[in-house]
Design a binder for this molecule. Structure first.
Ligand SMILES: CCC(=O)NCCS(=O)(=O)O
Length: 349
């Protein structure tokens, strides 16, 4: 048994799991999403170059990835600090900050935000998707990658002494690349050594989440201690969702607040509305998955902060929970989704 066993590791150190309270399991507080810039249509270039005006709010919500300034969340730490204070007032206790290597992870800022706001922040170890892997990362063996991830949890990451408390979000695309496969195997080996939580960003294909879990399973991961993110833009068919759910990971709906007509990374996808997300949660409750569901907003662009007319980190607590209760999800199930499931997942074995 390690010294981490039975504890949750935040950027300020180990805490008792009961201290977390309501927890968003997938957020970003400081990062850049430049890797996923999507050029605007020629007619929109002028708006994209100067987007932060009331008259452009609708365009920005519909085209968040087509504006370079909007992808630089790391420029908004003061606004994020205010939002975390509001999150605490709204009843929030903890946030899992999933920024991994490739997204400009900034652990000293996370530590300062935790000190300033009293929100428990759990940082992520490991690597994002292939296009962000450095040449060095692509050359590393599974064993070398495992050593890096383990060190990020046990000793600190990016040359700091800030320790990560979760592996991920580990990024994968579709199809899964060779480099992503090595990182997945390393994440599985590190998880097996440490008994720690793991979280996955799957590629944009309904087959992607199961394909990732199969790679992890073969490499010895604990699927019951693994969160599959972004299911809201990945699996749409109810039967397919139930088949995936049987594999045993946590099921994460983490794009609450995102409503867009055309999802630029895959135009075949109809991004659900928040009402449809709540319907899916109610469906999973009815099917008996109340111990397996976790939720969040995955804020990763500026426009989703309240400073820019967005919904902020308190949207689920303020608006989605009442809607869940109104749609047949019980208070006990809400508490499982927001408190018990995150706590169980985040506690080291
Ligand atoms: C870094 C944040 C992230 O990966 N968010 C998911 C965006 S999407 O793949 O659902 O479009």
């Amino acid at each position: 048994m390690s010294s981490l066993s039975g504890k949750v590791q935040t950027v300020l150190g180990l805490v008792d799991p009961d201290q977390l309270g309501r927890t968003m399991t997938h957020e970003h507080l400081t990062m850049t999403f430049e890797c996923c810039y999507f050029p605007p249509a020629p007619r929109d270039e002028a708006v994209a170059a100067d987007p932060f005006h009331m008259r452009h709010l609708h365009w920005l919500r519909q085209n968040p990835y087509s504006c370079r300034q909007n992808l630089l969340l790391q420029q908004e730490t003061a606004a994020v600090r205010d939002e975390l204070l509001a999150y605490r007032k709204a009843g929030g206790g903890a946030i899992v900050e999933n920024t991994t290597a490739g997204l400009d992870r900034d652990l000293p800022t996370l530590r300062q935000l935790a000190k300033d706001t009293g929100v428990h922040i759990v940082a992520g170890a490991g690597y994002y998707v292939d296009c962000t892997h450095s040449e060095d990362t692509k050359r590393m063996s599974v064993e070398q990658l495992t050593d890096v991830i383990v060190a990020e949890v046990l000793h600190g990451a990016d040359g700091t002494d800030v320790r990560c408390g979760v592996i991920g979000e580990i990024g994968t695309g579709w199809p899964i690349t060779a480099s992503e496969t090595r990182v997945l195997r390393a994440a599985a080996h590190a998880q097996a050594q440490l008994g720690c939580p793991l979280i996955i960003h799957p590629g944009r294909d309904p087959a992607a989440p199961a394909a990732v879990l199969r790679i992890l399973q073969e490499a010895g991961a604990d699927i019951g201690k693994t969160v599959m993110s972004h299911l809201d833009r990945t699996i749409f068919d109810e039967a397919a969702l139930l088949e995936f759910a049987q594999m045993g990971s946590y099921l994460e709906y983490d794009l609450f607040g995102t409503e867009m007509l055309n999802y630029p990374y895959d135009l075949k996808v109809d991004m659900p509305s928040d009402s449809q997300r709540v319907q899916t949660l109610a469906f999973l409750m009815k099917e008996g998955y109340e111990d397996r569901v976790v939720i969040a907003h995955d804020i990763h662009t500026k426009n989703r902060l309240t400073k820019f007319g967005g919904h902020g980190y308190s949207h689920i607590l303020n608006s989605i929970v009442p809607k869940m209760l109104n749609r047949g999800v019980s208070q006990q199930q809400v508490d499982k989704i927001l408190v018990d499931n995150p706590k169980r997942w985040l506690t080291f074995k």
